[in-house]
Each structure stands twice: as structure tokens, then as C-alpha cells.
Design a protein around this ligand. Structure first.
Ligand code: PGA
Length: 250
């Protein structure tokens, strides 16, 4: 299965930095194996700019969120069909910052994922436990509940990706141990295959949370990890390229 290396810029970047980033990454593309799929999810206004800068290169574009409706009176929101129109192939839904800072429920995440799929995008559906839930031994229970409530049954077509992002690992410099990552990814794959009756070979689960060039290789060497969702380290072209190069290094 192709490894996916997805950049989540969050609310960072400018026109100038996006152009520099594109230049930096494209000049190093020859170093990256062709079976690595690179995706960049910038803030919405930078999508077209990156689309122009990356035209003709295999790097895919993605949105960081979308609405659950395809159009309408939703001031400030972005529609999945528009993302598709702008050349996006992916959209992140249910990122923990959306869930916690913007009170998005599992139900909302599910309807966004459904709208994304319906619009021809691959949703990257994020799930993950908080520090407290992990300390209380509830990680697998939380993950199972989030899968049941946020993954649409229609995902049985296989046109989706999950991202396991422990909330406490995001932007903190802390990551679970490799065996903890393996254990949770295994549990996610089992749960999804039961829940939506899909072949395990079609289930793609990324890891996200403090991924850096110095830990990405060992994380992606775990057989249940299909790639990474990278926040902070994806803003620097060199680090993002190094992470993509590490996909098959172990
Ligand atoms: P981080 O963010 O790599 O900065 O921890 C990951 C994410 O939020 O997707």
C-alpha cells in the first residue's frame, strides 16, 4: 500500500512562504520514492496558489476542513465540491482542534466525511484520545466509539483514510511508544473492518502527533501505519521532504 505523507499547515503560512515551500519540495522530489503519496493541506486561501506552484507534480492538495452541505448560506464555511474544483484530492475532517476548539461532534464529523466522499474527495477522518482518557485506560474504548460515530457506513467503498492522532501528542513533542502506536492502529483496523465490513487490506490509518524527521522512519516501519499526518514539521520544506524520504527507510 502506498504510504501517505500529509502536511497539515493549520492556520500558518503566507503567499511568499507557500511559494518557497513549493520550490523547496519540488526541487527534492527526485529523492522520494514514487510509492509515497504526498499531500499538502494549507489554509483555504493558499490552495490555488499551491495548485499553481505544484502544477505538473505528483503532490496532492487537500483542505483542512469542509462543511457537511455542498453549498448554501453558511458564512465563512468551505464546501467540499469547491475544494474538489480547486484540485484537492483530500480533506481533513474531525481534527482534534476542530473537535475541541470548535465543538465538533462525532455526528458532524461523520456528515462532513460523507459530503467529502460524495464530492469526490478522500476524507482523512481524525480520531484520538485525550491525556486523561489514556491515563484512565480508555484509549481503545474512545477510539471504538469515535469510529462508530464518525465513520460513515458508506466508507465501505474504501475511499477514506483514518488518522490516529492522540490529542496529547499534537504539538507537544510527546509521542506514544512504538508498541502503543502499533496496538492502537491494530485496534482501529479491527474495529473498522467489523464496523463497515471492509477488507483490512483497504483500511489506511495514518499516525499524527509530533511527527518529526527523527521519528517518522520508525513510526512508518510499523506495518499497521500507512503514513503520517504532520503539523509543525510540515511547514519546513526540508523537514517535510526528510519525513517523506523516511517512509521506506527502516
Ligand atoms: P503536530 O500536529 O505534528 O504539530 O503535532 C499534527 C496535527 O495536528 O495534525
Amino acid at each position: 500500500m502506498k504510504k501517505i505523507i500529509a502536511a497539515n499547515w493549520k492556520m500558518n503560512g503566507s503567499v511568499a512562504s507557500a511559494k518557497d515551500w513549493a520550490k523547496g519540495v519540488t526541487s527534492s522530489l527526485a529523492k522520494i520514492k514514487p510509492d509515497v503519496e504526498m499531500v499538502v493541506c494549507p489554509p483555504f486561501p493558499l490552495i490555488s496558489i499551491l495548485g499553481d506552484e505544484l502544477s505538473g507534480c505528483p503532490i496532492k492538495l487537500g483542505g483542512q476542513d469542509c462543511h457537511s452541505e455542498k453549498n448554501g448560506a453558511y458564512t465563512g464555511e468551505t464546501a467540499a465540491p469547491l475544494l474538489k474544483d480547486l484540485g484537492c484530492g483530500y480533506v481533513i475532517v474531525g481534527h482534534s482542534e476542530r473537535r475541541h476548539l470548535f465543538n465538533e461532534s462525532d455526528d458532524v464529523v461523520k456528515s462532513k466525511a460523507l459530503c467529502a466522499m460524495d464530492s469526490g474527495l478522500i476524507p482523512i477522518i481524525c480520531i484520538g484520545e485525550t491525556q486523561k482518557q489514556r491515563e484512565d485506560g480508555k484509549t481503545i474504548e474512545v477510539i471504538n466509539r469515535q469510529i462508530e460515530r464518525s465513520v460513515p457506513k458508506e466508507a465501505a467503498s474504501g475511499n477514506f483514510v483514518l488518522a490516529y492522532e492522540p490529542v496529547w501528542a499534537i504539538g507537544s513533542g510527546k509521542i506514544p511508544t512504538l508498541s502503543e502506536i502499533k496496538e492502537v492502529h491494530k485496534a482501529i483496523i479491527n474495529k473498522v473492518s467489523d464496523f463497515i465490513a471492509i477488507d483490512v487490506a483497504q483500511i489506511r490509518v495514518l499516525y499524527g502527533g509530533s511527527v518529526k524527521p527523527d521519528n517518522s522512519g520508525e513510526i512508518m516501519a510499523i506495518s499497521e501505519v500507512c503514513g503520517v499526518l504532520v503539523g509543525g514539521a510540515s511547514l519546513k520544506a526540508d523537514d517535510f521532504v526528510e519525513i517523506a524520504m523516511s517512509a521506506y527507510s527502516n
